[in-house]
Structures are given as C-alpha cells and as structure tokens.
Design a protein around this ligand. Structure first.
Ligand code: SAM
Length: 1003
C-alpha cells in the first residue's frame, strides 16, 4: 500500500502528550535505564556527568509531541506503547530468551498446530496443543515455525508465554528497548500506519512523516540546556534535526560526542578504534622510555597508592594519614606501620595473605572521625602513649578578624606540582600494585608490594620530568595553569581544595605521575580522543578513591557530589589507563540528520525550531558551573578545532541558578527567546525535578512572562535505587507541556473559578475514564495512579490560568515579572494557590461525599486519601510528599509509621495510640482522629459504651451538630472498607464502631 502523507495535515492537531502519557510504565522504564549505570548509552563518553535525563523518557516526550491525539484515546495509547516497545509483542524481543516451538506447544492451547508450525514427521501429533512431550512416540518429532507466519502472529503467540507479572517486574527482567532497537518494532508498522495514515517502516520514517504532517518538514528539535546531550541525542536517533546548546563547554563537548561518536557512522567508529589504540601505544612507549612503570623483572605497575603524611605536633613523629590500613580485601593485604624511633617516622610494610584478625585490626588506620560527619583527627601510638590531634590543629586553623577561617598551610604556586619539603602536609607513595602475565600465558597475576628504593628512584624520575616540562606544558595547554575559583553557597565547590590542602590551581589536584600520563594523552589527542582524556582525569586524580574491595578499584573523582579532598588515593599507571583510553562506545548511526552544537547562553538562540525540550537548572541541584572547571582547566588553552569556537570558561555569572528573582528573570529571558524562535504550532516542553513547594508559582510566572501557556503536566519517577536508599528525598521529574499563548484573552477571577473547576473535573474524569477503558490493555494495572491524576488536575488549572493575558484588568505578563517583595503574596501566587486548591477539591476519594470532604482539614484529607492509595498498593514516599503539599499538611511525618522511600506507610489506629490528640497536632480535635482513637480502643477490647462515651467527648459539638455524627459514621465505614485488606482487625473494629454510632440512642 502506498500512502502519501500530506504536509501540514496535522498542523493544528493536539499532541498525544497533551492528552495522555503512560506515566506508570514510563517510570518503570526510566528507572530501569537509570539503574543500568555504566550500561547507559552515553555514559562511556563522560561517566562523571550528573543528572542525565533517561533516553526513554526523552523518547516518550519527543514522540508524544509529534503524535496526534485522535478521537480514539485508547488506540492512541496502544499505538504509543507499541512505538515505545511497551506492548506484549515487543516484550517477546526484549525478553532474554525466546521460547522454542516445542515449549509453546507444551504450554499453550492452540486449536490447530499446523496453523503455525510445520511438524515432522507429519500427522504424528494431535491436531491441537498442548502437547505432552513425555510421550515416547514424540521423541523424534521436529517442530519449526511456518515460513508464511507473519512477525506479528508469531510474536502474539510467543507473548502468551511471557509471565503474567506486573509491568514493573516485567521491565526488571527484560532488556531495554534500545538494546534491541534493530528488531523490536518489526511487528508494529501495519497497525501504526493504519492508525496514523503514514507509511513508515521505522521510527525515523515515522518521525520524518509526522514532522511533515505537523510542520511541513522533518521536525527540528532544540535543547538550549543540553548538558550531556541526552535529549538532543535521542531526538537525532529518532530522526529529528537537532540544535543543542549549553553555556558550559564540557556539556557541549559531551553533546558533540553523543552526535559524532555514539551517533557516528560505522566507518568513523572503525577509525576511532584504531586511533585509540595508537594513542595508547604512543603513551605507553613514552612512559616505557622513562622506565618509571616497570620493576625491571617483567612486572608492570597497575596502581600506585599514595597518602598524605603530617608531623604530629604532640609526639614529633611524622605519621602517614590513612583512614584504613587495609589495602585489598580479596588478597588480604594490609599496610603495617613499622615505627622508626630514630627518625621518628614509620616505614610502611605491605603484607599479603594476613589472618582475619589482622585484617580486622587493620580496618583502623591513623585517621579517625568524631561521628559520621565529625571532624577528622590523627591518631597514633608511641610506646604506651596514644596521641590524638585534630586535623584542623595540624593545619593550624584559626579565625580571621573577618570571621572566616585561615590556617598555616602554604598556598601552592602555579609551578608547584608536589609539596615542598617544609610543607605541613606531605604526600607519600605507600604501596604499588604490580602485575604480569601468568606463566601459563592465560590472564594476569597481581601483587601488592611495599615501596622500595628503586620505586622511590622512579618517583624522582617522574618528578624530574614534570619539573622540567611543566612550564612548557602549561604554556602549550597540555596541563592546566588555571586558578581554582571557589564556588558560592550552598556547596562552595573548590573551597576544601584550597583550605584543606593549599592547592590554588587545578593541576594541583594531580600528582606528577597523573600529570605525566594525562599530559601526554592531552598532547596526542584530537577532539574524539578528548573523551578518554576526561574519563582518565576523572579516574586518576588526587580525589580518586582507592577501594580495597575484591576488584581493587580506583574510583572516579565525581563519584562524590562534591570536590572534597581525601587522605589516600589511587593513581593509575599508563598501562592501567589503557582501559579507559580504549573504551568502546555504543553505536547508533545518526549521521543522516542535521546536528548543531553551540556554546551560548540559552537566551541567545536564534535558530528557528519546531520543538523545544529542555531540562533547565532548577533549585540547588548540581552546580555544573562550579564542578566542571576540573575539566575546563585541561582543555581551555588548546582545544581541538571542533571545540575551538567555544568559550572555555564556565561563565558563572551567566549560569542560571537558584530559585530567586535572578533565576526567574534569566529563565524568562531564555524561554521568551525560545518562544520567539518557535512556529505558531510549535511545542515547548520543560522538565524539572520537583522539589520545592513554590515551583508551581515559579513555573507559572515563567510560562506567562514568556508568552506560553500550559497544556499538560505529567510526573515521572526517575530516581535510582541508590538515590532511593539515601532515604526520604524521593525525586521525580515534572514534565510541563507548553504552547504559544494566542491572542489577548481576558477574564475575571470570578469567571476563572468556574472555568478552572470545570476543566479540572473534565481532566480528572477523562483520565479516570481512560483507566477504565484501558483495562483490557493493562490487565489489573492502572494507566494513571492518583498522583498522576492530581498532577494532571494541576495542569488543567494552569491550562486555564495561563490561557489568559489579562485577569481582572491586570496584564499577566507584567505581573509575572514584577519583582517580589519578601513575604508578599503576589497576584500570581494567589491565583496559583487558588487554582491548585480547586484542583485538590476535585480529588475526593470514593466513598466520601463532597460536602463532607469540603469540611475536612488538610491532615484528615491527607490521611484518608493516602489510605485509599495504600489500599491499592501504593507505597512510595513521594506520594506522601506530594499529597502533603497538596493538602497543605505542614508536617506529615507524625502521621507515618514508615518513611522508607519505597515502603512508606501511614500509622494504624493502634500505632497512633494516644498520640496526635493534643493541640500541637494537625489532627487535633478532628473527627477522623477521634474515630481512629475509638478504633484503637475497640481493637484493645475496651467496652463499646465506654468507646462511645470517649468518642462523644473527643468530637467537638457532637450533640449540637448532627453532621459531626454522620461524618463519624462515614469515616468509620470508609476505614472499614479501606482497611479490609490491609489490617483486618482494625477494619472489623471500624465496622463495629460504625454500627455503634449508627445505633446510638441520643437524648
Ligand atoms: C539540568 S542540566 C541539563 C541536563 C541534561 N538534560 C542531561 O540529561 O544531561 C542543565 C544545564 O543547563 C546549563 N546552563 C545553566 N545556565 C545556562 C544558561 N544560562 N544557558 C545555557 N545553559 C545553561 C548547565 O550547564 C547544565 O548543563
């Protein structure tokens, strides 16, 4: 069938994402991708980058913007899920193992086996399956798929073999769609084309055709805060032309790498692999010439371990600063400190294969800490005396007249590259890990050894080399000469480097060996080979932790959130660096689309684009402009041609940060400019991490002032397991869909009230309806959970609000950028509060009449709503956080029995006991609290009459206001129903209470 798509046929069609998005499934997929850590597609280019937005989420956003929302929402959802490889038939490919025909016949009921399979010898089997293969007659039977069976038919059958697990579990077991991209979509095109009127055979075909139908050409997407390039890369992979820009040159470089290395053509990849090997060869040859990494007996150095060393002011001894003396767990290696009383110092003996007791004793080094975050101190013993000195005392910390802290550390010079002999803090090589090929020729063997005189001589060779070359290398730009500029609050990145070590320039974070290897790599590398350079810098600096776990690893500098100094570290040899320098990258050829990378502030874009998907800096998340100087320092003086037009400076003053006035002003400038570069039917998409309560007002202001209007909002949980483990601060991403605001619509606040209510209700009904209609598609799971519906409710409210340019005679664009006076509630703030309140009013759990709901306090609503969600299996803490904000619960923690990120739970009536009854509580004197109290008493077998007597006392105006009593009955009934599966004993008590109150004789 040949179908021609008509340009602009979808010009004004609403986008699918403006109506629906399978957020629950998407959260599961995004989570899976985040958990892949090093297996993520672009990570090999720069594992140090923080806050990558999952590619699968970006894909959903891009497709969701291009696809139309049709009159058939369920089919739209179905097609979208096919394109996202979320459908059953795609899981057949995503599943790690494909069932064999015989396995299918053993399990499934199939009316006529020969409809699908060829059986040899013919007619030996029964006509229908299942087949009992234990029958000895079938021993020689062969079964193969019929060749005329379509891909779809085959997958449909195979899909029936998949375990019927909840979606999240299924995703957990399966591969990610991008891991099977070549084949995963093969079965969908007939269905997709029939629904959309396209004739695509691949995602890139489809994107090109949808672009033509919407914009008249292949869609062009921009991301002006591109960071590591996750959004524009996904867009290019899907077949969009892309424009990416960022203020930070390291971000631009990563995006360039995503396009040109991971997205490079196959031939470019082959030449890269060759060049990587050449690079390694050159470096190793140079190092070999110096003879500083081999012991002369066939062993090569893998890792050099260094520690700080300082003189204990009390004992006069010079002591190595080691948080632990364990060197390696697997081989049971420890560092033993052997006192040398004559020189008042320690020699360090490395011992391998020690006893378990010795390993345990070696856990304690010479550094202790008062509590987890307390100050570090030096601890050592001479004869019977134990000496303990705070590190701050060692450094000679003192308070300056201006209140800041100074110390006696010497500040290093530009040409320093190691401590001077009279510096307070020295650095010392204390162990070398060596390796050689095994005699058998298979694999390698490793040894940890004490430092010998020969090792020290080799150290001197390296030091001499750096001494001789540093000035020239700095002038050439092969090693840094850039000063460390300390960052601002709240993290003051870089301050610790200066204050705790006296380092003033970025090359001070590298020892002579590290400078040697990285300096050589920098000299010999072109644009593509700068990626291994940055990976090497990350994995071999004085902030690279040595982990004595079984593999023995040097960790990345950026494995930590902050640039904080450490006391001992691992330094990779040139030979060990080869691992990083020859890293292989994934390959998705995107060479057929246009890609632009620019290093400019977001508000300077001048390129027309159809779609803008951005993930701007928000709140106190990562301070890119402070931490990336670590790399900029290495690249700024001599960048390769491809990066030469970029400003190799973090331009902190231009970076958008914080949440205050400046933040809003810069965001408005950026989004206004983007809106100007967007056609009338273009779509904007803002992603941000939902942390602050004031976010809705901030975003509404930005949207208004930029000439945009909200059309939808979604919430996707994107945190990883490790983030979850850190405790209660669960993070998700809010997706805000925006269009240009058209015309100059005016309204009044009174009219808005009705309009918002209507729109929110319509939105809530539509998503709840879709939940029902998609039951078949979703088995027992919901497309949308309550939190999603709540978010969509907010979006609906914002949709109405931001549609208007003038409200109550006020120009909203001007209102939105009016500077705030601290503590003042602006007109916009009050509108947002009003809109969000209206949205919350619509989220009444089933079983509670609206009239009663309206009378409940925030904490009561919170408890009832969350109980409803718990009854349906919801457990994540972010629900509690979000709804606490929604219902304006000041502190929801006293209402919770568990605050675990993935296993949160409300307190039961019994767990409340007598708590939360008094005046300070947000449940004080509430009907709900009184009812829970009564349930607790009934569970504890208190006499019914007594329970009733207490209830009548606890509920204010019980006899005066009959509705209080009615509410108590309703709440008891509600608890009975919701608790039936959760806490049957309390459910039964609640039923008893309901009857007691109902049948109570009054008067
Ligand atoms: C949250 S990150 C984007 C992360 C990206 N989506 C990813 O997945 O890696 C925000 C980016 O905005 C950049 N940025 C900050 N201020 C900027 C400005 N004024 N103009 C352009 N980019 C800016 C930062 O350098 C950072 O890379």
């Amino acid at each position: 069938m040949s179908v021609h798509v008509t340009p602009f046929a979808l010009k004004d069609a609403p986008a699918l994402i403006e109506r629906l998005l399978p957020v629950q499934k998407l959260s599961a997929e995004a989570y899976k991708e985040q958990m892949a850590v090093q297996g993520k597609t672009l990570t090999a280019l720069g594992s140090y980058w923080k806050g990558r937005k999952p590619l699968i989420l970006n894909k959903a956003c891009i497709l969701g913007c291009l696809l139309p929302a049709t009159a058939d929402a369920v089919r739209d959802l179905e097609i979208f899920e096919m394109l996202m490889a979320m459908d059953d038939e795609s899981f057949v490919v995503r599943w790690k193992r494909c069932p064999k025909p015989k396995e299918i016949l053993a399990k499934l009921s199939i009316e006529r086996i020969t409809d699908y399979f060829v059986v040899e010898p013919e007619e030996i089997l029964e006509i229908a399956a299942p087949v009992d293969w234990s029958n000895p007659e079938y021993a020689e039977v062969k079964v193969t798929w019929r060749e005329d069976i379509s891909e779809l038919e085959r997958r449909r059958l195979e899909a029936q073999m998949l375990p019927r697990a909840p979606y999240r579990d299924r995703v957990d077991q399966a591969q990610r769609p991008e891991e099977v991209l070549e084949t995963v979509h093969n079965h969908i095109w007939d269905a997709v084309n029939a629904h959309l009127g396209t004739n695509a055979q691949s995602l890139t075909d489809l994107v090109a055709q949808l672009g033509l139908m919407r914009f008249g050409h292949r869609p062009k997407l921009a991301d002006t805060f591109c960071g590591s390039g996750q959004i524009p890369f996904e867009a290019a992979r899907l077949g969009c032309d892309v424009y990416a820009s960022d203020l930070n040159p390291v971000a631009c470089m990563l995006t360039w790498g995503a396009f040109n290395i991971v997205g490079g053509s196959e031939t470019s990849r082959e030449s890269l692999a060759r060049d990587q090997l050449d690079l390694v060869g050159r470096i190793q040859a140079d190092v070999q010439k110096l003879g500083v990494e081999s012991d002369g007996k066939g062993w090569r150095a893998k890792v050099f371990l260094y520690c700080m060393e300082a003189r204990c002011p009390q004992s006069g001894w010079t002591v190595p600063l080691l948080p632990t003396r364990v060197v390696h767990n697997g081989q049971r290696v420890i560092a033993e400190l052997v006192p040398d009383p004559i020189h008042k110092r320690y020699s360090i003996q490395i011992r391998t294969g020690v006893s378990a007791e010795e390993m345990a004793a070696a856990e304690t080094g010479t550094l202790g800490r008062e509590g987890k975050f307390g100050e570090a101190y030096l601890l050592h013993q001479v004869d019977e005396t134990i000496y303990k000195t705070k590190i701050s005392t060692l450094r000679g910390d003192y308070q300056k007249p201006d209140g800041t802290v100074g110390n006696r550390l010497r500040l290093w010079d530009k040409l320093d590259f190691m401590p001077r002999s009279d510096d307070l803090l020295q650095e010392r090589l204390y162990c070398v890990q060596w390796y050689q090929r095994k005699k058998s020729g298979k694999g390698e063997e490793y040894e940890f050894r004490s430092v010998t005189k020969e090792d020290l001589r080799r150290e001197q060779v390296v030091q001499g080399y750096i001494h001789e070359h540093l000035a020239k290398w700095q002038a050439e730009g092969w090693v840094p000469d850039m000063r460390i500029e300390v960052g601002g609050p709240p993290r003051y990145q870089g301050l610790d480097l200066v204050r705790a070590r006296g380092w003033t320039h970025w090359h001070h974070l590298f020892n002579p060996r590290q400078l040697l290897v990285a300096g050589l790599v920098n000299q010999y590398s072109d644009a593509r080979l700068k990626f291994p350079l940055t990976q090497l810098l990350n994995s071999s600096s004085k902030l690279s932790r040595w982990l004595p776990d079984s593999a023995g690893q040097v960790k990345g500098t950026f494995d930590n959130q902050a640039l904080n100094t450490i006391f001992n570290y691992g330094s990779r040899s040139a030979f060990f660096a080869a691992d990083l320098l020859t890293m292989t990258y994934k390959n998705f050829d995107c060479s057929s689309v246009q890609k632009t990378v620019r290093n400019i502030p977001a508000d300077q874009i001048d390129t027309p684009c159809d779609l803008f998907i951005t993930d701007p800096p928000y709140g106190d998340a990562v301070k890119y402009e402070e931490i990336l100087d670590f790399f900029i320092a290495w690249l700024r003086r001599n960048p390769p041609t491809e990066f030469a037009d970029w400003v190799w400076d973090s331009r902190r003053s231009l970076a958008i940060k914080g949440e205050d006035e400046d933040f809003r002003r810069s965001m408005v400038a950026a989004y206004k400019r983007m809106t100007e570069c967007m056609p009338e039917n273009g779509i904007q998409f803002i992603m941000f991490t939902h942390q602050s309560g004031s976010i809705w007002a901030d975003m509404a202001n930005i949207v208004w002032a930029s000439g945009l209007q909200v059309t939808a909002a979604w919430y996707v949980v994107t945190e990883t397991e490790s983030a979850l483990r850190q405790g209660s601060n669960v993070k998700g991403t809010v997706l805000l869909v925006l269009r240009k605001r058209r015309g100059l619509q005016k309204t009044t606040r009174d009219d808005l009230a009705w309009e918002i209510q209507e729109e929110v209700q319509k939105q809530v009904d539509s998503l709840a309806g879709l939940n029902q209609e998609a039951k078949g598609l979703y088995r027992d799971e919901n497309v949308f959970e309550d939190a999603d519906i709540q978010m969509a409710g907010y979006a609906a409210a914002l949709r109405v609000l931001t549609r208007y340019a003038v409200i109550d005679g006020r120009d909203m664009t001007a209102e939105a950028i009016r500077p705030r006076v601290k503590g003042e509630t602006t007109f916009v703030d009050s509108l947002i509060v009003f809109a969000v309140d209206t949205a919350n009013q619509c989220l009444v759990p089933q079983g509670i009449p609206q009239a009663h709901w309206d009378r409940l306090g925030g904490a009561e609503r919170f408890y009832l709503k969350l109980l409803d969600m718990e009854a349906r299996g919801a457990k994540t803490l972010d629900n509690y956080q979000n709804f606490a904000k929604a219902f304006k619960v000041h502190d929801f923690k006293p209402l919770l029995a568990s605050q675990k990120a993935n296993d949160a739970r409300l307190k039961s009536a019994v767990e409340f006991g007598r708590a939360e009854m008094s005046e300070g509580s947000e449940l004080h004197q509430s009907v709900l609290r009184s009812v829970l109290y009564a349930v607790m008493e009934l569970v504890n077998n208190v006499d019914g009459n007594e329970v009733l007597a207490h209830l009548t006392l606890n509920i204010a105006n019980y006899y005066g206001d009959m509705t209080q009593r009615e509410l108590a009955v309703e709440l008891a009934d509600y608890l009975a129903k919701r608790l039936a599966g959760l806490r049957p004993e309390e459910a039964s008590a609640a039923r008893v209470l309901r009857e007691l109150v109902k049948n109570q004789r009054l008067g």
